[in-house]
Design a protein around this ligand. Sequence first.
Ligand code: HEM
Length: 131
Amino acid sequence: MSESEVKQYSFSEVKKHCDNKSAWIVVQNNIYDITSFLNEHPGGEEVLLEQSGKDASDPFEDVGHSSDARELMIRYKVGEIIESERKPVKQKNTDWSSGNDTVSSDNSFKSWIVPIVLGILATIIYRFYFL
Ligand code: HEM
């Protein structure tokens, strides 16, 4: 039953809403009617109009929008892309607290080994051939 509450649209329907009279964008298979948000967008109206009528998931994620922005967009949601046209949602790991610190310090230790070994090798070769 809840399925019918969310309206489903195809990309060909979304494509019709591509100007400042009616602007829809798709982010992660959700459709947003951002017509009234165009001149409120902190990133400017231009970028939104450029993405209107199409899938803006990549540019949206590339900007690194804040969680505030993600909360804000919920109120503009008007539907979802029909099942057969949905694209796989890319999971961006924006959870900085999940901490890969130990891994990265491991990596930085490993990154020292190569120059050290190369240095030792170079010293041996130098001594062997030139002294
Ligand atoms: C409903 C959809 C969107 C909402 C609610 C939204 C909201 C916001 C908000 C609140 C900001 C201020 C910074 C932040 O809090 O992250 C922002 C900045 C920005 N947004 Fe969006 N945005 C949307 C879609 C897009 C799209 C599709 C693009 C396409 C490229 C875009 C490009 C930008 C840019 C370039 C900035 C400026 C970043 C900066 O100055 O550092 N936004 N947006």
